[in-house]
Design a protein around this ligand. Structure first.
Ligand code: URA
Length: 272
């Protein structure tokens, strides 16, 4: 396996990736070296010799209707989503849509769970292994924590009472292989369905669970900065929160998550 060096420590590729993901989750969005660079010295160095180069030939632009035509796939997703007048029709249309490669590798389509009449809609990232098995969002370890968190403020996906219910969906409905992050094109073709999904469910508030949901809904990442501050997404009040999978890895962050849940409860009570 490839080995990398970070601050003098040798890391394998898997550890390096985990470190990078953790930094991204913490909101690190600029790269600065640990050792200051002496730019004067760099400027004083002799310029590299000029080498005559033949410009590379321009790559042939061959967009095909299926793999590469992202605008075409997004337009098709938009048309299908717009035609759906009910959540069942939307689920059927999204499941049929072939403009997303992930569909080929996933076991089950994972549309939503809970009570569609709920005042609160939770938007997560994408199905993981257990969700892919069961065809329901948030049923693995992170989902179990999510259930306990919302139970603590009296909300549950099992509730038939819209006031106390939750409705749960994800940006992606098909599992990315190996639980990798969703790619921008996968988010782009899923967004028309997410938009229509939220329009049809018409929740009072949306909880944006983690960076991918924030990226898709408000075009921003850095969840540890965004969390706890109400914003607008899809024309509705929205609260970014740290993802329960992050809370499982960082239990001290549950303190802030609890503050966010209280803020949500107060908003639902009309006190905030
Ligand atoms: N993480 C998510 O964001 N969604 C799921 O459904 C499961 C884990």
């Amino acid at each position: 396996m490839d080995r990398l060096t970070y601050q003098g420590i040798e890391l394998d590729a898997e550890t390096a990736l985990a470190l990078l993901e953790w930094q991204a989750e913490m909101g690190v969005d600029e790269a600065m070296g640990d050792v200051p660079a002496d730019r004067f010295q760099v400027a004083a160095a002799p310029p590299p010799p000029l080498i005559a180069m033949t410009p590379p030939a321009a790559p042939a632009l061959t967009l095909t209707a299926d793999d590469d035509d992202l605008p075409g796939r997004v337009a098709q997703a938009e048309a299908l989503a717009a035609q759906a007048d009910t959540l069942d029709a939307l689920a059927a249309a999204q499941e049929r849509f072939d403009g997303i490669e992930l569909k080929k590798g996933a076991r089950n389509f994972c549309f939503a769970d809970g009570n569609p009449a709920a005042r609160v809609l939770i938007l997560g990232e994408a199905p993981g292994d257990e969700e892919d098995r069961q065809g329901r969002p948030f049923v693995g370890r992170a989902g179990q924590l999510l259930d306990r968190m919302f139970d603590a403020i009296g909300l549950s996906r099992q509730s038939v009472d819209a006031e106390r219910a939750l409705y749960i969906t994800n940006v992606l409905t098909w599992r990315p292989p190996g639980n990798r992050d969703p790619q921008p094109d996968e988010i782009a073709v899923s967004l028309p369905f997410v938009r229509r999904h939220i329009e049809l469910a018409a929740p009072d508030v949306i909880v944006l669970m983690g960076n991918i949901a924030c990226d898709a809904a408000i075009g921003r990442r850095g969840i540890l900065r965004l969390r706890g501050t109400w914003t607008q997404a899809f024309g509705r009040p929205a609260l970014p929160m740290a993802h329960p999978a992050y809370l499982l890895r960082n239990p001290p962050a549950k303190r802030e998550a609890w503050a966010d849940l209280l803020s949500l409860a107060a908003r639902l009570d009309g006190q905030a």
